[in-house]
Design a protein around this ligand. Structure first.
Ligand code: PMT
Length: 396
């Protein structure tokens, strides 16, 4: 499932309602259109202006407002996904019973979209047979229940009942919607920027944060793939469920890729790999007292990992490279990409423009995907997560 989704976030009235703000923000930043339906009780915990500012849409609560637009069913009918976070014991009971005495209940009943609930309550309430039965009923109907986590509750007590972290709510919610079109496939992704040591304290590196590569790994895992990530000096976290192998230099990455490649059905090389490394790594810190006013470094070429993986790939493997180019002009950018895919021999090449404020590190990307013949097979722009899904759509 890809693209901009219409997501309804239901907020019910518990102290964890403040965490709904982070859930909404993550969905908005991922490029989705978010509509908040808050219960009256939720608005005692978190203010409507906050929810409106973060969701960038009006927040609805009242069943008897917007009657002319048939709002009590329209919001649910238009939804691609409904997430209730937090879902209190009371709201879970109402949803399980199919009650429609407020806008959230009506919205859920009027929708055929996947429903994801993030319970939050005290341990006793979570373990109460009434809640246990309600959760079992909802699970049997295909509702996704994410959490609750075990940890510190509102007071000084701890136990099961804490709402899971907002990012985990969002991942579970998007996964509930995602077709498992990579189930049974093994995907090897490289991410981040390699570092080539100059001496024990310095390196030559680049500004890759790993965001695009990690987004590809997360997207592949959410579509059912078994994912191994070769992680070069990442600035972003890697969620559980992905096998992470840390590497530092291009040489490390080449060795790790050689070990892992045979198991992979799809290889995606999103890491920014150094083309050159220092000819000599100094044993001790290079000192200006001995180097003087000018320091000349001799660099030697690194092996091209993508080219060698492409040359030795099995017929049933797909190898995807990335190309980071600085050409300001679109035609020249495309020309550079076409030259690169022909030279490297990969099945596909994802071309992105990079610069001081583009490509590297930023949350969004703008890509053109070329096949080996240099033909454009896909264009995508938006969050790195949505770009990742568009790339995988093509591969799946
Ligand atoms: O990590 P982010 O901050 O999110 O930024 C994402 C990104 C801009 C780094 C990413 O989208 C990207 O473009 N990655 C590839 C960067 C790169 O090394 O491009 P290149 O044009 O120099 O290399 C082309 C391809 O050859 C790449 O797939 C690269 O992994 C591979 N390569 C390069 C050199 C080398 N010695 N061996 C290689 O395998």
């Amino acid at each position: 499932m890809t693209g901009r989704l219409n997501v309804v976030v239901g907020v019910s009235g518990g102290i964890a309602a403040y965490k709904a703000v982070a859930v909404i923000r993550a969905l908005v930043l991922a490029g989705h259109d978010v509509h908040v339906v808050a219960t009256e009780a939720a608005l005692r915990f978190v203010g409507k202006p906050t929810l409106e500012a973060i969701s960038r849409n009006p927040v609805h609560t009242d069943l008897y407002e917007g009657v002319a637009q048939v709002r009590h069913v329209a919001i649910g009918q238009a939804a691609d996904l409904i997430v209730v976070a937090p879902a209190t014991a009371h709201s879970i009971a109402k949803i399980a019973a199919g009650l429609a005495d407020d806008l959230l209940g009506n919205t859920i009943l009027a929708s055929s979209a996947p429903l994801v609930l993030a319970p939050a309550m005290h341990t006793e309430m979570w373990q109460n047979p009434a809640t246990v039965a309600n959760i079992a009923t909802l699970r049997a109907r295909g509702v996704t229940i994410v959490g609750p986590a075990i940890g510190q509750l509102t007071g000084s007590d701890t136990g099961a009942g804490r709402m899971v972290d907002p990012d985990d709510v969002v991942s579970a919610a998007l996964a509930a919607l995602t077709v498992q079109d990579l189930a049974g496939r093994r995907v090897l992704v490289t991410a981040g920027g390699t570092r080539e040591a100059l001496d024990p304290v310095r390196f030559i590196g680049n500004r890759s944060s790993g965001r695009q590569g990690v987004a590809l790994a997360v997207a592949a895992a959410s579509r059912g793939a078994e994912v191994t990530l070769l992680a070069a000096n990442l600035e972003v976290p890697v969620p559980t469920g992905i096998t992470r192998i840390d590497v530092v230099s291009a040489g490390d990455l080449a060795s790790a890729a050689a070990l892992e490649v045979n198991r992979a059905d799809i290889v995606i090389m999103a890491a920014a790999v150094a083309d050159y490394r220092p000819a000599v790594i100094a044993e001790a810190k290079i000192k200006k007292e001995s180097a003087g006013e000018r320091l000349t470094l001799e660099l030697v070429r690194n092996p091209d990992i993508l080219s060698s993986l492409s040359a030795s790939k099995r017929a049933d493997q797909i190898v995807v490279g990335f190309a980071a180019e600085t050409e300001p002009d679109d035609a020249a950018l495309l020309e550079a990409g076409r030259g690169k895919v022909a030279r490297k021999g990969c099945d596909y090449l994802v071309l992105n423009r990079v610069g001081w404020a583009e490509g590297f590190s930023v949350p969004d990307n703008d890509v053109v995907m070329l096949d080996l013949a240099g033909d454009i097979v896909m264009r995508a722009s938006g969050s790195k997560a949505s770009v990742a899904h568009r790339i995988l759509d093509r591969l799946a």
